[in-house]
Design a protein around this ligand. Structure first.
Ligand SMILES: Nc1ncnc2c1ncn2[C@@H]1O[C@H](COP(=O)(O)OP(=O)(O)OP(=O)(O)O)[C@@H](O)[C@H]1O
Ligand SMILES: [Mg+2]
Length: 268
């Protein structure tokens, strides 16, 4: 819509987890490094928390791009609003290694644990590492599902874990994990992503614009300050405001997004 007007090749502020747009703020960099550490050094479990819209799902996508598909077998569960057996079934399905019976009744927990054990052994035999990532893990309600996650980390050899489990979710996930001491003890790294500060908000906006083809400053310093204020430094909100500002600036044929435009769009 406004791309040509602002000399953009594509829309810069879409709320989609497209790793090309990832701005590696010091925090995002650190979260990524820690996730890679747990995976590469087979440390067992990792926990990444952060407020809604701060970039957790995008980071997971970027992580997947970064780890070699030849070496790692990954399962991603995006919506773990599941009870105990269903979660296990989703994990086994997602690892996709073995054909499962169609009938749910044939998929008892015992059977699934056995299949999972086989998958892990097969992966190890083939020289592959198994990584299970549960995004939105804060929505897990079933206590037994947390027990199940703990049991996943019981697949160990004498000297190493047989799989890596990454739990990703909103801040309340941390408490949920801490309430399950045995699970918590198996979590090797924890990291909490906060909102972006002013400097990072500025770099974030510039980075996304540059990926979309615009390297000039089209937001004034004052505008960026206001965007930081109104968004609280949360990327999803920054995207939303910046998108509206580009649209508003286009309608009024502005050459720069200034404070006046940001104020107007935030009021709307
Ligand atoms: N570091 C970043 N660089 C570029 N874009 C980002 C970054 N962090 C977040 N975003 C963008 O912000 C939006 C929200 O990010 P994402 O969906 O990853 O958040 P989330 O933490 O998973 O939120 P929720 O808790 O609601 O699931 C996405 O459009 C994403 O592209
Ligand atoms: Mg998410």
């Amino acid at each position: 819509m406004y791309e040509a007007y602002w000399n953009l090749k594509e829309m810069p502020f879409e709320n989609t987890p497209d790793p090309r747009f990832l701005y590696r703020s010091p925090q995002h960099e650190e979260a990524m490094a820690r996730m890679l550490y747990v995976i590469q050094y087979r440390k067992g479990g990792g926990l990444i928390t952060g407020v809604f819209g701060c970039g957790k799902t995008l980071l997971v996508q970027a992580l997947l791009d970064q780890i070699s598909q030849d070496r790692y077998k990954t399962a991603i569960i995006n919506n773990p609003q599941l009870e105990y057996v269903e979660l296990l079934r989703a994990i086994v399905r997602s690892l996709k290694a073995i054909e499962l019976p169609q009938k749910k009744t044939e998929l008892s927990a015992d059977y699934l644990w056995e299949v999972l054990g086989q998958i892990l052994q097969n992966n190890m035999r083939d020289g592959k590492e198994t990584v299970i990532i549960i995004d939105e893990a804060h929505i897990i309600q079933d206590e037994r599902a947390f027990e199940e996650l703990r049991m996943l980390l019981n697949f160990q050899l004498r000297d190493r874990f047989l799989l890596t489990l990454l739990l990703v979710g909103q801040p309340e996930l941390k408490q949920k994990i801490e309430d399950n001491k045995q699970l918590e003890q198996r979590i090797a790294i924890k990291y909490h992503l906060d909102a972006l500060n002013l400097e990072d908000t500025k770099r974030y906006i510039q980075h996304r614009l540059a990926v979309a083809g615009q390297t000039k400053q089209i937001f004034s310093e004052g505008a960026i300050g206001l965007i930081r204020e109104h968004s609280g430094g949360i990327p999803r909100r920054i995207n939303h405001i910046c998108d509206l500002c580009l649209l508003g600036g286009f309608s009024r044929k502005a050459s720069l997004i200034d404070e006046e435009i940001v104020r107007h769009e935030c009021k709307e």
